[in-house]
Design a protein around this ligand. Structure first.
Ligand code: 5RP
Length: 220
């Protein structure tokens, strides 16, 4: 199976975790696109979706799925999203698609985070994938210097990219994130950081991992 087929497999498998009659939280990315297409087949059974990006909102609406504003909702049972990396405890790096801030906001509304990923995303220690950080433009050099000084990474501004919130992304290469919760907590304090793409406080409750022998369910 190709990587795309594995993504489609877990996108469809996530339907099992959609709660009938409830609003579903929807992430962003190529794996989630498969989930959205699958969700369209059961759209009559859900109350609508809350979306983590303009791209996902567009795709949901194109399928005739009602999209609600995050501000209208207090709690949702399930949030479904992909990841750039996931470690053995369900901590993730996210933001490869620059949607990390809204993804964390919607994940925060949810009782459970269902991660959908192909097996290439599973790692022992986070950090091989460059860590995305959404930053207020005037703080970019300051945040980059602090990263290099504290963690030894090599920060690079992502070329030509602005998030849905209008901010640039700093990708920090060469990290080894042994304690994701500690790094998330620390970096979130730095002036100018909007969101760091470590999802440790909002880690996965379970991961549907697409492997050559089928979908594996990992619980955390
Ligand atoms: C977007 C994300 C995505 O979930 C992550 O980049 C995985 O994407 P894909 O499913 O395309 O591999 O965090 O900001």
């Amino acid at each position: 199976m190709t990587q795309e087929e594995l993504k489609a497999l877990v996108g469809r498998a996530a339907l099992e975790h959609v709660v009938p009659g409830a609003v579903i939280g929807v992430g962003t990315g190529s794996t989630v696109n498969h989930f959205i297409d699958a969700l369209a087949t059961i759209k009559a059974q859900i109350a609508g979706a809350v979306s983590s990006s303009d791209r996902s909102t567009e795709r949901l609406r194109a399928h005739g799925i009602r999209v609600l504003d995050a501000g209208e909702i207090e709690r949702i049972p399930v949030y479904v999203d992909g990841a750039d990396e996931i470690d053995p405890r369900g901590h993730m790096i996210k933001g490869g698609g620059a949607a990390l801030t809204r993804e964390k906001i919607v994940a925060d509304l949810a009782e459970r985070f269902v991660c959908i990923a192909d097996e290439s995303k599973r790692v022992d220690v986070l950090g091989r994938f460059p860590l995305p950080v959404e930053v207020i433009p005037m703080a970019l050099p300051q945040v980059a210097r602090r990263f290099a000084a504290m963690y030894g990474g090599q920060p690079q501004v992502r070329d030509g990219v602005r998030t849905d919130n209008g901010h640039p992304i700093l990708d920090v290469h060469g990290l080894r994130i042994a304690d994701p919760l500690a790094m998330e907590t620390e970096v979130n304090q730095w002036p100018g950081v909007v969101t760091v793409g470590i999802f440790a406080r909002h880690k996965a409750s379970l991961c549907l991992l697409g492997t050559r022998s089928g979908v594996q369910t990992l619980r955390y």
